[in-house]
Design a protein around this ligand. Sequence first.
Ligand SMILES: [Zn+2]
Length: 290
Amino acid sequence: MKNLFGTILTILVLAGLSIGISSLISRQSSTNFLSDARPQKNTTQLDAKNLPPLPEVFSDVPVPPSATKATETITPTPIAEEKYTLDRYYNVIPVTPGGDRKVVLITVDDGPIATSTLGPMLETFAQYNVHALFFVLGSRVSAHPELLKKIVDGGHTIGNHTWDHPNLKNSSNASIKSQIDRTSALLEKTIGTTPHFFRPPYGSSNTYTQNYVKEKKMLFMTWSLGAEDWIKKYQSGDALAEHVLSGVAPGSNILLHEHAWTRDALDRIIVGILDKGYTIIDPKDIVLPE
Ligand SMILES: [Zn+2]
């Protein structure tokens, strides 16, 4: 009887010890494993029986040492950058429903022509940290590749505006294809990338042009606000700035040219647009065709 009692006692003691040890091991390993992932208060309540199941991420995926810092560092939430698209009138509109529509795009066509006009325009854009879309002609890039590089160095975007500005509506399919391809090839050779935007001269085109531009994964656009800097009465800095600012509306896709009077008006145009509370979007934020 005494022996039996002794044996039971020994078993109980051993069993108790064993549970204690396994519980200790279990607690030890669990707390080590989860120390960075759980709130501190839970670690004191850990119990072998009541341990909640491990989170999925820990049970199968090895956690690299650096990941243990994740809960200690506050990572700022990145602000989603708004993207834009074009409506049927070629206005720029935010992709997000309810996004800010008080935006404009500035485009400069027909260059690059000369340092005397382009240089100050690039300086003005840089001064206000504004980025424009330059629709260039292949023939002019061929004459002044160094000017094209200056535009790109200013962070601006380049678009294809044909080789030498024909009216595509009156052109053969072969000629349209050649006007587009020759220009894109020269752009790639000069700046290392093919353009993602196309604008037909005079805003004039046909179905073949539009389909070919689409096939080449370029975004076709004309404009929605012409500065009319080709009209005599607007060929002074003051008159042109006033004319453009009187026409600015939400989404305006503004067409400017590389002219001396446009150069002279540019500072006033940008300041006026910003004073009216508009954001001048970067063409890089326009969603491109896939
Ligand atoms: Zn043009």
